[in-house]
Design a protein around this ligand. Structure first.
Ligand code: PEP
Ligand code: MN
Length: 341
């Protein structure tokens, strides 16, 4: 038993009674109030619930039915919540008809460069500015990011352009400082299974971009989302950003199958990062268009005014004019699949 569906006319007292019973058995109750029905997700190791115990729940006042969820992820699954999860960040709606574009440099390098890029992506129609202040670099000798200074520059870019800020947190110790400046926090591919980090950000209500790990399966990604959701935060965008395969012609293999697969298995919005997925700027536009055609709810695109001088990921960053052209082309693709941009 994983889900308790309540009767439309369930009373507050009946609901309290059910929740108390679950808690007395060591479970947590995740209450989700839909337009027609209230549903309780049972959080904990539900495999321990006996047939008798589950029958007892089925006959409690206010209970309509109980369900088992076959998948190991529960709160993230479509079985738990059939309608798409839609949430707002500032004036933007994630998971709705509009495809959201998050654009900006890989790393925040200095204030003037960031402001130039922020103004350009805003003009081209992006709705979020991205940029890392804490960078997960493969080499300890590469540029590691500006830390809080970089976050301050992002806040300045938001003040100038009105664009909400998406930025990465790598370590639970940095959560407080990142929360101070970010509108959306990104969990990078290398941290997708940093479970303590996932639990820590799950305890806050800040929206999250959760990137798929380099060698993570779709199930692993959904289990990572489950870690966050089990702490109460369900404002998550799942992000396909390419996986490691035997192919060496591109930096990663962008798994666009993941888009419809995730949309089927989960109610969470799904976005795609073709920049890291491809690793080369000239592949970004075709893969971005393919992602929108495949049903993505958003894109993350790296843009830099001088990619040749970028301190990280310059080779996969679009120049502002290329980004502008792409945004125009994306409009037509979005329209073809019944979306706006
Ligand atoms: C990034 O967004 O710059 C980044 C480091 O992404 P990923 O974690 O997907 O490699
Ligand atoms: Mn990058």
């Amino acid at each position: 038993m994983d889900i308790i569906v309540l009767k439309p006319k369930v009373t507050a007292k009946e609901l309290r009674h059910i929740v108390r019973k679950l808690e007395s058995m060591g479970f947590k109750a995740n209450i989700s109030k839909g337009t027609e029905r209230t549903v309780i997700g049972v959080i904990g190791d539900t495999s321990k619930i006996t047939e008798d115990e589950s029958n007892a729940f089925a006959s409690m006042a206010g209970v309509e039915t109980i369900h088992r969820i076959i998948q190991p992820f529960k709160l993230a699954s479509r079985d738990f919540k059939s309608g798409d999860t839609v949430f707002r960040v500032g004036r933007q709606t994630i998971g709705g008809r509009k495809i959201q574009v998050i654009a900006g440099p890989c790393a925040v390098e200095n204030l003037p460069t960031l402001l130039t890029i922020a103004r350009e992506v805003k003009k081209a129609g992006a709705s979020f500015i991205r940029g890392g202040a804490f960078k997960p670099r493969t080499s300890p000798y590469s540029f590691q990011g500006l830390g809080e200074e970089g976050l301050k520059y992002l806040a300045e870019a938001r003040r100038e352009t009105g664009l909400p800020v998406v930025t990465e947190v790598m370590d639970p110790r940095d959560i407080d400082v990142v929360l101070k400046y970010a509108d959306v926090i990104q969990v990078g591919a290398r941290n997708m299974q940093n479970f303590r980090l996932l639990q820590a950000i799950g305890a806050h209500d800040k929206p999250i971009v959760l990137k798929r790990g380099l060698s993570a399966t779709i199930k692993d990604l959904l289990m990572a989302a489950e870690y966050i959701m089990a702490q109460g935060n369900n404002r998550i965008m799942l992000c396909e950003r390419g996986i490691r395969t035997f192919e060496t012609a591109t930096r990663n293999t962008l798994d666009l199958n993941a888009v419809p697969v995730l949309k089927k298995l989960s109610h969470l919005p799904v976005i795609v990062d073709p920049s890291h997925g491809a690793g080369q700027w000239n592949l970004v536009a075709p893969m971005a268009k393919a992602a929108v055609a495949a049903g993505a709810d958003g894109l993350i695109i790296e843009v830099h005014s001088r990619p040749e001088e970028a301190l990280s990921d310059g080779e996969q960053s679009l120049k502002p004019e290329k980004f502008k052209t792409l945004m125009k082309e994306l409009k037509a693709v979005a329209r073809a699949v019944g979306r706006t941009l």
